[in-house]
Write a protein that binds this ligand. Structure first.
Ligand SMILES: NC(=O)c1ccc[n+]([C@@H]2O[C@H](COP(=O)([O-])OP(=O)(O)OC[C@H]3O[C@@H](n4cnc5c(N)ncnc54)[C@H](OP(=O)(O)O)[C@@H]3O)[C@@H](O)[C@H]2O)c1
Length: 292
């Protein structure tokens, strides 16, 4: 079994981006920038935004975090986004979700210029992905494909079974793997909560991508020998022996399934870190395409 090491791979990506940004600086050129908008004081959101800022600092990417009180009005938030749409120093805009209930998330996502949509959630980006055009792809699915590429995992003609159909993971990764393109071109099956006898699908998977948010849902008897497993799940389970009283596990029972898998991502240390790295990569791409 080979570990699909998200920590190492994400570090490789950050190093590549840092080299590219250092070169721009040496040449006296403009450099890429990411604007993050955080509304309210949700602790998980704060952690995410802080870690994204830390990543930017590590690679020398310009970044700003706009923190706003949860009472901000929808129109004030839309104005803030518009100011960054116009700001030529920032090439990517990230609005940390979820937003307070009085704000329409769809409106906010649609307010971000598709040229700065580094999270890949704008309907324009999603639509382009579905019809196979070059576009920003949301960071988690983009990170999954990048991991498969960097470990030279064959995807053409392989059966990819995706568990989960959310707009941020399940649907976009299914669309990416379906593309008639290099590093994709797979046969794709999507399972969800209405799927009966889910094992009958997972057992067929050459590549299994689990994104359902159910701790250790996938067991060894649900997969075939040699399967490639990508575990997207992030689930907290009580653990009195852990310092925080809990630990984080994936949607896959790693101890069991790793004995049958040819490749598998750990949780933590897998897809989560790739997601962060792809945000940086998307911002660099936005700069190259639209921002110089
Ligand atoms: N590593 C990362 O960077 C990253 C990024 C995003 C999310 N995540 C994690 O990935 C997991 C999924 O996230 P998400 O945002 O996609 O979740 P979500 O929006 O809650 O969607 C969950 C999906 O799983 C399906 N599902 C739930 N229980 C199921 C079951 N027992 N059998 C089959 N399908 C089931 C749901 O089906 P229905 O559509 O029928 O309800 C839904 O499509 C979570 O643990 C989340 O924390 C990790």
């Amino acid at each position: 079994m080979i570990l699909l090491d998200g920590k190492k791979t994400a570090q490789e990506i950050r190093t590549e981006l840092k080299t590219a940004i250092d070169k721009l600086k040496t040449e006296g050129k403009k450099t890429p920038g990411l604007a993050a908008i955080l509304v309210g004081t949700d602790s998980a959101s704060e952690i995410y935004v802080n870690s994204k800022a830390k990543d930017c600092n590590e690679i020398g990417m310009k970044t700003v975090t706009e923190k706003r009180d949860a009472s901000i009005s929808e129109s004030e938030l839309l104005e803030l986004i518009e100011s960054y749409n116009k700001n030529k120093d920032f090439h990517g805009i990230l609005v940390q979700l979820p937003l307070p209930k009085h704000i329409d998330e769809d409106k906010v996502i649609e307010a971000i210029s598709p040229q700065k949509d580094v999270d890949g959630f704008h309907p324009m980006s999603v639509g382009k992905l579905v019809i196979g055009k070059e576009t920003f792809r949301s960071c988690t699915p983009a990170g999954i494909q990048e991991l498969l590429i960097r470990y030279n995992i064959e995807t053409k003609g392989k059966h990819v079974v995706v568990l989960g159909r959310s707009n941020i993971v399940g649907k976009p990764i299914a669309n990416i793997m379906l593309q008639k393109k290099e590093h994709a071109n797979s046969i794709v099956t999507i399972c969800h909560s209405a799927t009966k006898d889910i094992s009958s699908y997972t057992k067929q998977a050459d590549i299994l991508i689990a994104a359902i948010g159910r701790a250790k849902f996938v067991k060894a008897d649900m997969v075939k020998e040699g399967v490639v497993v990508v575990d997207v799940g992030i689930n907290r389970v009580d653990d009195a022996t852990a310092k925080k009283g809990y630990r984080v596990v994936g949607d896959v029972d790693f101890d069991e399934v790793s004995k049958k898998a040819s490749y598998i991502t750990p949780v933590p240390g897998g897809v989560g870190l790739m997601t962060r790295a792809m945000l940086l990569k998307n911002t660099y791409t936005a700069y190259l395409k639209y921002g110089k």
